[in-house]
Design a protein around this ligand. Sequence first.
Ligand SMILES: NC(=O)c1ccc[n+]([C@@H]2O[C@H](COP(=O)([O-])OP(=O)(O)OC[C@H]3O[C@@H](n4cnc5c(N)ncnc54)[C@H](OP(=O)(O)O)[C@@H]3O)[C@@H](O)[C@H]2O)c1
Length: 324
Amino acid sequence: MRALLCKSHGLPDTLVLEDVPSLTPGKGEVVVQVKAAAVNFHDTLIIQNLYQHKPELPFSPGADLAGIIKAVGEGVTGYKVGDRVIGLLRWGGFAEEALVPAGRLAALPSGVDFPDAVALGLAYTTSYYGLKNCAHLAPGETLLVLGAAGGIGSAAVQLGSVMGARVIACASSAESLEICRRLGAAETINYHTDDLRDCVRRFTNGRGLDVVCDPVGGKLADAAVRGMAWQGRYLVIGFASGEIPRVPLNITLLKGCSILGVSRGQFMDREPEKSKANADELFAWLAAGKITPVITARYRLDQARDALNDMMQRKLHGKAVILI
Ligand SMILES: NC(=O)c1ccc[n+]([C@@H]2O[C@H](COP(=O)([O-])OP(=O)(O)OC[C@H]3O[C@@H](n4cnc5c(N)ncnc54)[C@H](OP(=O)(O)O)[C@@H]3O)[C@@H](O)[C@H]2O)c1
């Protein structure tokens, strides 16, 4: 089978596509014949050895994969050869076959295709965990989303509006903000041309933000924290800007607000039942047409390096998928 391999850490062009032996499942694992994998910012970090989890070399990047079970290991219950599944991993998806622990699988409802399933994967399960389990977002509340046209951001815009919140989307271009409007954003802020704090004051009549979803970090975080409402909740999801912000803690005291770390990986490991319930709920919403990820780019496995380069150069909006 063919696999895109990271043999030494570096930028996407250092990845190599090779023929490797077919996989055999260990205890508690299945082998999935991969049909689609999503492109996530996470993949760009893991190949550079910049992610907190560090797989042994060589490995294939690709955190979300969907396909058909090809072989089932000892002790696996509830799944059989031929089942359509998604694997929610940290790496291993950019290959024709992937090993997935049974606890990291979810069954795909009929009617959900493989590209939509992976586009939902990491992005939607992370945003939903943040909005539902960490922030307890309630209908009628105001949600500000930074990096709103990216993978995590576009999921948060759509889920926030489905959950009944009034969503303010922030991104860096008119094209990105148009996508956010299609996903349900009521207001938009272009952070290259608009002043974030002024817009927040205007859009909330001075009341402030109930919840902020932040996968970007950097300078925008300061303005967003200062725009919080009394007892607001600030979700720390990631640092796509490359800069970890430092927030003056006196602001949390003055606003009675909370800063909440959101780690989907740890949620899956530490609270597997709740995590599975969230994934089942999201796939049911996908099957019912209540949510639809925006897929704006499709690549083949031999183009996966281009996909990761495009993501690093901020050329992608919504989700990009690799079709295998
Ligand atoms: N905590 C968790 O469990 C978890 C799970 C998944 C991902 N994450 C993290 O969340 C972050 C976003 O991931 P993603 O997959 O949504 O990425 P993405 O699709 O690339 O989206 C990131 C967005 O951030 C904005 N951005 C602002 N400054 C940027 C910069 N200097 N470089 C790149 N993007 C910049 C971009 O929007 P504009 O160009 O419009 O500004 C882009 O759309 C990453 O740090 C990732 O590691 C965390």
